[in-house]
Design a protein around this ligand. Structure first.
Ligand code: NAG
Length: 329
């Protein structure tokens, strides 16, 4: 590992950053509708990361939606150093390192005597921008998760062509807090790909081709898998029960036909709109045996765009601070 190498690249990139004239720096617009949606929630800790958190991700102006929640104050989009558009034009190192699984040396002896390539310490920063503990790989033509620096906390790899997340992609990256793989082509996630990340708080996988969810780490606070193809059979039984920190569960625009239960008490926002939910159990949200129950946190439930007639469940919502959106008729 060569921390100086990282530093060098970061410095280089920062140099480019400051060289951009101020007038070319562009403000990131916040979609107004989203702010309305969340205005009643206590967003102390989520203000930055939820700014762009809408139901409709309009790809025609996705540049406006870049949202680097880790940077305070914000670094504006236009200031990021340009990435090479054509990975093929990079030295071969760039190509090979993308597929190289790990930065960490294998624990066993490597039978192939590997050449002392200094670039082994720079796996992703040729294609991505590494700043501090954040790695920015948006729209970089990636087909796989690149090898990441061991101290990575935030990964942004949106708008690529990544097709799968494999067990080893994040192995050993124990400091990861935030993974954003929005708008890729992910069909498959290995079962252990995320489970072993002890500090993962936000996992964002909207606009992919997922048909199932893998096991999730208990540290998760926000899970976004909007706009995938997940049927109810693609969720593990009681998939969210042990996620005691989970506050935002966004599963809209999938193929679910029932509401996943049980829902953790920590949950504040449950988005299930545009699925195929026809019915529900009276105890999905509230415990019918405990009429004194109050579930103050859960104030944002969306069930619109489902065939379910919510009027058929008059006793299902008594503990909630607000009725779900959906069809009552
Ligand atoms: C929904 O359920 C209510 C209560 O049973 C009923 O009066 C209403 O007609 C139903 N609406 C539809 C569209 O089925």
């Amino acid at each position: 590992m060569c921390p100086l190498g990282w530093l060098g690249v970061a410095t280089l990139c920062l140099g480019t950053l400051w060289a951009v004239p101020a007038k070319e720096r562009r403000k990131v617009e916040k979609p107004k509708a989203d702010l309305t949606l969340y205005e009643n929630l206590d967003l102390d800790n989520y203000d930055l990361s939820l700014d762009n958190y809408g139901d409709i991700l309009d790809l025609s102006n996705y540049e406006e939606l870049y949202d680097y929640g880790d940077l305070v104050p914000k670094i504006e989009v236009g200031t990021l150093a340009p990435r090479p558009k054509e990975p093929k034009t990079l030295p071969e190192l760039g190509e090979t390192t993308v597929g190289t699984p790990k930065l960490q040396p294998p624990s066993g002896a490597d039978p192939v005597p590997s050449a002392p390539i200094p670039g082994q310490a720079l796996p992703c920063c040729l294609l991505c921008l590494c700043l501090g503990s954040s790695v920015y790989c948006d729209d970089a033509g990636l087909e796989r998760i690149p090898a990441l620096p061991p101290h990575t906390q935030y990964l942004y790899a949106r708008f690529n062509r990544i097709g799968a997340v494999r067990d080893r992609d994040f192995a050993g990256l124990e400091q990861l807090k935030h993974i954003d793989l929005s708008s890729n082509s992910i069909r498959r996630v290995d079962d252990d790909a995320f489970r072993m990340l002890p500090g993962l708080r936000e996992l964002l996988l909207p606009e992919n081709l997922l048909g199932a969810l893998p096991e999730l780490p208990r540290s998760l606070e926000r899970l976004d898998v909007r706009r995938n193809r997940i049927p109810s059979a693609g969720l593990r039984p009681e998939a969210f029960r042990d996620l005691k920190q989970l506050q935002f569960l966004h599963l809209s625009d999938n193929q679910l036909d029932f509401i996943p239960v049980p829902l953790p008490e920590s949950l504040r926002s449950l988005h299930l709109q545009n699925n195929n939910i026809r019915t529900m159990h009276e105890d999905t949200f509230c415990d019918s045996q405990d009429q004194g129950q109050i579930r103050r946190a859960l104030e944002d439930i969306r069930l619109d765009g489902n065939p379910i007639n919510l009027s058929l469940f008059p006793n299902a919502f008594f503990c909630l601070p607000r009725l779900p959106t959906g069809r009552f008729s």
